[in-house]
Write a protein that binds this ligand. Structure first.
Ligand SMILES: *[C@@H]1O[C@H](CO)[C@@H](O)[C@H](O)[C@H]1NC(C)=O
Ligand SMILES: *[C@@H]1O[C@H](CO)[C@@H](O)[C@H](O)[C@H]1NC(C)=O
Ligand SMILES: *[C@@H]1O[C@H](CO)[C@@H](O)[C@H](O)[C@H]1NC(C)=O
Ligand SMILES: *[C@@H]1O[C@H](CO)[C@@H](O)[C@H](O)[C@H]1NC(C)=O
Ligand SMILES: *[C@@H]1O[C@H](CO)[C@@H](O)[C@H](O)[C@H]1NC(C)=O
Length: 409
């Protein structure tokens, strides 16, 4: 029993780590003079890089007109990249991967540090995501950090976003020649904020004096004040909606003061996302922020679920065929519907399909250091988060590709 860390404990650990990580923000001070402060533009106003360079620090954003199509796209290759669907493609073997060596990055939690925990195979580290219509630009940490200069990038969501956050820190760190000067060279912040649902969690004391959790699907999460301070945001909420109380929806979901005796979790998800969307529209309408929503990341438990003996240990290859590759959950259709109605443009980091095949990428039984006597049958497995290096590196490469292809700052 002591071997199988329960999901609940795990997330308590997560919150502790979160506090550490939150304070571990990267405040990196530039000694060089700042380039023109590159502000954030809504997609229709996003300037080309040359326009940015010709503007100066005090330039009024509104003076920059959106480029005419033929100005923005000056050759066929560029047009192709701009039109390229980054999310339809395949994983290809690439010996230049992984981008950072397993066990080399100090920001990876034990829970994701599979090689250090004893995972014996390593082929899962060598896959690169390749869109059919184009190649992703090679991740360039220096260039990414240049684009982030003076800005704050924030990942908001559950521990899957922490997984992605740690990946990003490692990718950025890898590009520095002197890794101990990361703090001095760039004036930017990368931060992770824990928010399981994006809407407000609360508690209700029942007649027996016990406290029960509730979720106010019409109120934004209390961390939202912090969201305002970021320039680039990556949101997600998904996995907690299929667990226990949330999935059952009994005496759990609240609107106003009303506690629903029973409420459908999918409809609750829709309403919660709408609450989030409304908040973003109201608070970021006049702001130059870049908002991503990272799509659902697939889990691969077989022979049970996360809390009932589900397993993915021994999976060393991605799934190569079958209908599972096209799975696209209802929650994602809801995400698309809600984002589609927003005033503030939100970029969907549509990673679901690329995670569908990666049953080989999870920590499985290697989410903890192996100790004597551990066997597959005595360990609870993690088939929903990802080993690092691993799949979330590709999500961050896709963020980078978006910045490069759309010529954002
Ligand atoms: C920068 O902008 C200010 C105010 O718009 C203008 O007076 C100044 O000439 C500009 N400088 C350059 C180098 O373009
Ligand atoms: C990475 O970006 C920097 C800054 O833009 C550039 O000087 C460098 O050549 C790039 N490196 C590669 C390998 O493209
Ligand atoms: C760092 O960036 C912030 C936000 O853009 C800016 O206010 C501050 O002056 C910058 N600090 C340095 C040392 O450049
Ligand atoms: C890296 O930076 C640190 C701190 O500034 C310095 O002490 C160290 O000598 C540098 N190392 C190299 C190889 O330049
Ligand atoms: C996201 O990817 C799925 C396939 O996984 C596709 O059906 C859907 O249309 C995509 N959504 C967007 C907005 O591109």
């Amino acid at each position: 029993m002591s071997n199988s860390i329960s999901h609940k404990t795990r997330y308590t650990v997560t919150s502790l780590c979160f506090i550490l990580l939150f304070f571990f923000t990267l405040f990196l001070f530039s000694k060089r003079t700042l380039e023109p402060s590159l502000s954030f533009y809504r997609p229709s106003f996003w300037p080309t890089k040359s326009q940015i360079h010709h503007s100066n620090a005090t330039a009024n954003h509104d003076k920059l007109n959106p480029p005419a199509d033929n100005e923005a796209v000056d050759d066929v290759g560029e047009k192709k990249r701009e039109m390229c669907d980054l999310y339809t493609g395949t994983w290809v073997k690439d010996d230049d991967y992984p981008i950072y060596k397993p066990g080399s990055c100090p920001y990876v939690d034990e829970a994701f540090d599979c090689q250090s925990n004893g995972r014996p195979d390593s082929d899962y580290l060598r896959w690169r995501w390749k869109p059919h219509g184009c190649d992703l630009p090679r991740f360039n940490a220096t260039d990414f950090l240049d684009r982030l200069r003076g800005k704050r990038l924030m990942l908001v969501g559950d521990s899957m976003n922490r997984n992605q956050f740690e990946s990003l820190l490692c990718l950025l760190r890898e590009g520095l020649t002197n890794k101990s000067t990361m703090y001095e060279e760039y004036n930017c912040t990368v931060v992770y904020v824990l928010s399981h649902f994006l809407v407000k969690e609360g508690v209700r004391i029942n007649e027996q004096g016990n406290s029960n959790p509730t979720l106010s699907i019409d109120k934004i999460d209390k961390t939202s004040d912090r969201w305002k301070r970021a320039d680039i945001l990556v949101f997600n909420t998904a996995h907690w909606w299929v667990h226990g109380k949330t999935a059952r929806g009994i005496n759990y979901f609240k609107e106003g003061d009303y506690l629903y005796p029973k409420f459908d979790a999918v409809e609750a998800y829709r309403r919660a996302l709408k609450t989030w969307a409304k908040w973003i529209d109201e608070n970021f309408k006049l702001e130059k922020k870049l908002v991503f929503y990272r799509g659902y990341s697939s889990a691969h438990f077989s022979g049970g679920d996360w809390n009932s003996g589900g397993s993915c240990t021994g999976e060393t290859e991605p799934i190569s065929s079958g209908s599972v590759l096209d799975t696209y959950p209802l929650k994602m259709k809801i995400v698309e519907e809600v984002i589609g109605e927003m005033k503030v443009p939100v970029i969907l980091l549509n990673v679901t399909r690329l995670t569908n095949s990666r049953k080989d990428g999870h920590p499985s039984m290697y989410g903890k250091k192996l100790t004597e006597g551990d066997t597959k049958s005595t360990r609870r497995e993690d088939c929903s988060h990802w080993c690092l290096p691993g799949v979330p590196d590709a999500w961050n490469e896709l963020i980078y590709a978006t910045l490069v292809f759309k010529k954002l700052f």
